[in-house]
Structures are given as C-alpha cells and as structure tokens.
Design a protein around this ligand. Structure first.
Ligand code: MG
Length: 298
C-alpha cells in the first residue's frame, strides 16, 4: 500500500505562524522537503497580501523553486483575482480552492453564504481547467465549527458533492478545529459514500489539537483513503482553535505509516532535521512528538 502525503507546511503552516519568514528560507524549506521525498508540496497562496502578509512573496517564491521531476507545488487560489496571478505564473499546474461546510465560517472567511460560495468558485475552477490545471477543493469545518458546534455529515457531503460537480478532482476534508474522533470520521465517510463519493476522490486534513489526528488518519486509511494532508514539524497553529497545536505533523504521520509498512517515499529523519532547523528560525519548538524524540539523535 502507498499513501501520498500532501504537504501543507509552507502554505497552511507558515500562513498560521506569527513569524514572517524570508523568501530565501521558504525556498530552502521547500527544497529540503522535496529532498526528504515529499512529492506534493503546497507552496503558497495567491491570497491578497493584506489578509495574509506571511505569503505576500508568493510570485517571487514560485519563480525560484527547484524544479524536481515528479514534485508538484500546488498553490491556494481564493478567487478569480488569485487565479489571474496563478495563470500569469510559469509552471503552476495544480491549484486549490478553500470552501466551507458551515454558514458561519463561509460568512467569516469568504464573506459569502455556503450557497453563494459555489458561484464564486465556478469560474475559478472552469478557467483553471481550461488552463490544464488540476483543482483540489478544501472543505473546512467538516466536523464542527466554533460558532455552530457539531456539523451534520450530510451537510458536509452536500457541499463536497457540489465542489466535485464544479470539476474539482479531489476534496480535502478538514477538521479545522481538531475536535473530530474516529467515529466522526466513519460517519463522514459514510455520508460521502451515500452521496456517491468514494475514497478515491477524498483526502483528509486532520488537526492534532485534541491529540486525535493519527487515530482519525488510521480510520480513514482503513476506509480506503490514500491521500493525507500534514505539515512538516506540525507548524501552523489554527487561528480558530484555542491551542497552539494545529496541523498533524508530517513526521508523526510518516512514523506511523513506516510502522504499518505503508510506503510514502519520505525519509522521516531527514524531514525531522529540516523541522528542527525551521523551529530555530520560527522561534518555537516543533509540537511534533516524533521531531522531539528524534532531536536527541539527529
Ligand atoms: Mg490545516
């Protein structure tokens, strides 16, 4: 069995760190992630710099990334203006859009209703496909949101189905506040199966806020999911969760997959060395247990 790790550290991670990292450091970070064996590395976002100053250097960064055969650098594109920038950029083959499963988060993050987000995304997806790009859709707040509490799995599946119908090739199901547990995961995947969406169209994006990310991942793997999102060193606390712990750490994920005999192509020690290097620069230790454990021998 093989799992594709969709590395989100340079985008989802750095976007949610308070430190603003120089473009040279980002370039080296991404280069080291590719050297460690990661093949899908979400590099940055074409969001307006006013909203995410940490990623204001998106164009400059993409121009300077090492072109490694077999390595893709997807870019988050929030709207048509973001897509304009992505299409002007050389070498962008994969984009991601960021949808919401709940009304409260759609209002706060997109300034839209759940229903009207599809109108916003439709031209983005259509134009990206016309450019030959591959489009992934994030669905955020798939388990609960901070304003509405638990979210019905059927509601998430409805939103996801609509995003796939626009032409997206893959959904990344996000537990944005990290409260999900394996039973929630089962229920959500059941709801998708019911809506005609199998595990081959789904990826999972768990947060380790309550220590459930690996248990949830294992549950998803047992249900046939083979694309898992994670962030090197676990960088990127979630701004909507109370804890500083957000994204599942790629090292923690690789350690478990290595133990299960699941191939990822990723060298966990090389990755941990990179996360230790970046932690120095960010000025906070990596929350990853595996990075902390390996720190003594690296
Ligand atoms: Mg995340």
């Amino acid at each position: 069995m093989r799992v594709t790790i969709y590395e989100v550290g340079p985008r989802d991670g750095l976007q949610n760190e308070s430190a603003v990292v120089p473009v040279e450091v980002k370039r080296e970070f991404i280069g080291r992630l590719a050297e460690a064996g990661l093949t899908t590395i979400e590099a940055t976002s074409f969001v307006h710099p006013k909203w995410v100053p940490q990623l204001a250097d998106a164009g400059e960064l993409l121009e300077s990334l090492p072109r490694v055969p077999g390595v893709r650098y997807p870019v988050l594109v929030p709207n048509e203006r973001g897509l304009d920038r992505a299409t002007l950029q050389q070498g962008v083959t994969d984009i991601a859009i960021f949808g919401s499963a709940t009304e409260s988060f759609a209002q706060r993050n997109l300034n839209r209703t759940v229903e009207s987000q599809f109108e916003m995304f439709a031209p983005v997806v259509a134009r990206a496909l016309a450019h030959g790009m591959r489009v992934r859709a994030y669905v955020s707040m798939c388990f609960a949101d901070p304003w509405e509490g638990p979210v019905a799995p059927e509601q998430v599946a409805r939103v996801g189905r609509r995003l796939l119908d626009l032409g997206c090739c893959e959904l990344s199901l996000g537990d944005t506040i990290g409260v999900g547990t394996p039973r929630h995961v089962e229920a959500l995947l059941d709801a998708f199966a019911e809506a005609g969406v199998g595990p081959d169209r789904l990826a999972v994006h768990f947060h380790d806020t309550y220590g459930q990310a690996l248990a949830n991942t294992l549950t998803a793997l047992k249900r046939g999911i083979t694309v898992v999102d994670s962030s090197a060193g676990g960088i990127g606390g979630c701004p909507y969760a109370k804890s500083a712990t957000g994204n599942l750490a790629t090292e923690d994920l690789v350690w478990m997959l290595d133990g299960l005999g699941v191939e990822t192509g990723v060298d966990v020690r090389s990755l941990a060395a990179t996360s230790l290097w970046l932690a120095e620069i960010l000025g906070r230790p990596s929350p990853s247990r595996v990075v902390q454990a390996l720190a003594k021998e690296i």
